[in-house]
Design a protein around this ligand. Structure first.
Ligand code: PLP
Length: 453
C-alpha cells in the first residue's frame, strides 16, 4: 500500500520526537510507527487506510470494541456537566460514588471500599501502601513482605514494578526493590518436572508457598499477589486446583490475598471476575483496563471491610490518609466506566466471552500440531500460541523473541494485530467479537504462521 502524505509526515515526526514504551528505539528509527487513526468494532485502521483485526483489544482492554457511541456520549455528557473534580479531603462526585457502590456490589466476596487510580500500576502501588499502612495500624510493622510470582506482571512504577517478576522490567533500571519474594511461575508446560503430573506440580507450588511463609516467618509476610491468568508473562493458565489452595495457605498464615484482575476483570474468563471462575475471595481486588474498555484511564483497588477498619483507625489517629492522585477516580473516567459496565451487562458480553472464547480456543487448538508450536493455552477469551525451536525438547528460539517479532510483522501484513510476548503469540480480542470474526482472525494467523515457517 502506498504511504499517504499524512502518514509520511506523522512517521517522521514520531521518530524524531515520540519515545515509545516497550519499544526498541534503534529498531523504531528503522521501521517507524503503525499510526492508528480510527476504530470500529473489532477493527482499527491506520493512516494508510489499512484495516487490522485488533486481536489484543488494544492492550487487553477494549472490551466493547473501538467505536462505541454510548461511551462517547457518556464522556461528553459528564464533561459538559463537570469536567473535573477530585476526591481529596471529603470532596466527592456522583459518578465516583456510583461506581464505587457498583464495584462493591459486583465484586466477589465481601469487599466494601474502593480507592481509585488512573492505571493498573498506580493501583498496585496503592495496594502496597494500603497493606503497609494497615499492618502499621495493627501494630505489626514487621509484616511487610509481598509474595509474587516469576513472570507475573503488576505494572512498571517502582513498587508495582518490584512486584512484577519479569527480568526486562528490572534489568538496567536499578529498580529499588521493595521487599518481594518471587516464587516459581505456575506454568506446567515450562516448569513441570520430568514425570510430574499437573496435580503434583500444583502440590509442589503450594508447598513452596507454605515453606516460604514459614521460613520467612508469617509475621513478616503481608500479602500474596497474583494474576488469575498471567497476561504479559505469556498467558499462563494456572495448574489444576491452584487458586483455592493458594487462598487456603494465605488464610492459614494471615496473609492477605491480592488478586490482580487488571486483565481478567469484567468478563474475560467468562465470569464477571476470574476470582469467581477459580473459586477465590480476595481481600483486595485490583482492576483497570476493561473497567472503561480503556476509553478513559482508570484503575481501582477494591478492598475488604477488615482492611478498611484497620486503615481508618490509623488514618484517624494520624489525622489523614495521606495518599491519592489528582485525577484518580476522575468524573469522566468513572462516568464512562458506569456506562461501559452497563453495556457489558446488557449485551451479555461475559457470556459471549465464554462461548466465543471457547470457539476461539478450539480454533487455535488446531495449530498445536504445527511443527513450530510448542503449546496452545488459554481460558475464557484469552489464549496464546507458544512457538518453539524444537517441539520434543521444548527448546526456545535463540534469541528469544526474534521469531515472535517476525510473526508479528507477517500478521500485520495480513491485517492482524496480536501481541508477541517473546515467542508467545497472545490473543485477547474485544469481548464483542463474533465467531465469524474469530474465523477471520484464525485464517490471518494461519497465513502469517505459514509465512514464518
Ligand atoms: N496488572 C496487570 C495484570 C496488567 O496486565 C497490567 C498492564 O498490562 C498492569 C497491572 C499495569 O497496568 P497499567 O499499564 O495500566 O499501569
Amino acid at each position: 500500500m502506498n504511504e499517504t502524505i499524512l502518514s509520511k509526515e506523522l512517521r517522521e515526526l514520531d521518530i524524531q520526537h515520540l519515545f515509545h514504551p516497550y519499544t526498541n528505539p534503534r529498531q523504531h528509527e528503522q521501521v517507524g510507527p503503525v499510526v492508528i487513526e480510527r476504530g470500529e468494532g473489532v477493527f482499527v485502521y491506520d493512516t494508510n487506510g489499512q484495516r487490522y483485526l485488533e486481536a489484543l483489544a488494544g492492550l487487553w482492554s477494549v472490551a466493547v470494541g473501538f467505536g462505541e457511541p454510548r461511551l462517547v456520549e457518556a464522556a461528553a455528557k459528564q464533561m459538559s456537566m463537570l469536567p473535573f473534580y477530585h476526591l481529596f479531603a471529603h470532596k466527592s462526585h456522583s459518578p465516583g460514588i456510583r461506581l464505587a457502590d457498583k464495584l462493591c456490589a459486583m465484586a466477589p466476596g465481601q469487599l466494601s471500599h474502593v480507592l481509585f487510580s488512573n492505571s493498573g500500576s498506580e493501583a498496585n502501588d496503592s495496594v502496597v501502601k494500603l497493606v503497609w499502612f494497615y499492618n502499621n495500624s495493627l501494630g505489626r510493622p514487621e509484616k511487610k513482605k509481598f509474595i509474587a510470582r516469576k513472570n507475573g506482571y503488576h505494572g512498571i512504577t517502582v513498587a508495582s514494578g518490584s512486584l512484577t517478576g519479569l527480568p526486562a522490567n528490572h534489568n538496567a533500571f536499578d529498580l529499588p526493590k521493595i521487599p518481594v519474594i518471587h516464587l516459581e511461575c505456575p506454568h506446567y508446560y515450562r516448569f513441570g518436572l520430568e514425570g510430574e503430573s499437573e496435580q503434583q506440580f500444583t502440590d509442589r507450588l503450594i508447598k513452596q508457598l507454605e515453606d516460604t511463609i514459614v521460613a520467612e516467618g508469617p509475621d513478616t509476610i503481608a500479602a500474596f499477589i497474583g494474576e488469575p491468568v498471567m497476561g504479559a508473562g505469556g498467558v499462563i493458565v494456572p495448574p489444576v486446583g491452584y487458586w483455592p489452595r493458594v487462598q487456603e495457605v494465605c488464610r492459614k498464615y494471615d496473609v492477605l490475598l491480592v488478586v490482580d484482575e487488571v486483565i481478567t476483570g469484567f468478563g474475560r474468563l467468562g465470569t464477571m471476575f476470574a476470582s469467581e471462575h477459580y473459586g477465590v475471595e480476595p481481600d483486595i481486588l485490583v482492576v483497570s483496563k476493561q473497567i472503561t474498555s480503556s476509553y478513559q484511564p482508570l484503575g481501582a483497588v477494591i478492598f475488604s471491610e477488615k482492611l478498611y477498619q484497620g486503615i481508618a483507625d490509623k488514618a484517624g489517629a494520624l489525622g489523614t490518609f495521606a495518599h491519592g492522585l489528582t485525577a484518580g477516580g476522575h468524573p469522566v473516567a468513572t462516568a464512562v466506566a458506569l456506562e461501559n459496565l452497563a453495556i457489558i451487562e446488557e449485551r451479555g458480553l461475559v457470556a459471549n466471552a465464554k462461548e466465543v472464547g471457547a470457539y476461539m480456543r478450539e480454533g487455535l487448538g488446531a495449530f498445536a500440531s504445527h511443527p513450530m508450536v510448542g503449546e496452545v493455552r488459554g481460558d475464557g477469551m484469552i489464549a496464546a500460541v507458544e512457538l518453539v525451536a524444537d517441539k520434543a525438547s521444548k527448546r526456545k528460539f535463540d534469541p528469544v523473541g526474534k521469531v515472535g517479532a517476525y510473526l508479528s510483522g507477517r500478521s500485520h501484513e495480513h491485517g492482524l494485530i496480536a501481541r508477541n510476548l517473546g515467542d508467545t503469540f497472545a490473543f485477547c480480542p474485544p469481548m464483542i467479537i463474533t465467531k465469524s470474526e474469530i474465523d477471520l482472525m484464525l485464517s490471518m494467523f494461519s497465513k502469517a504462521l505459514d509465512d514464518t515457517y
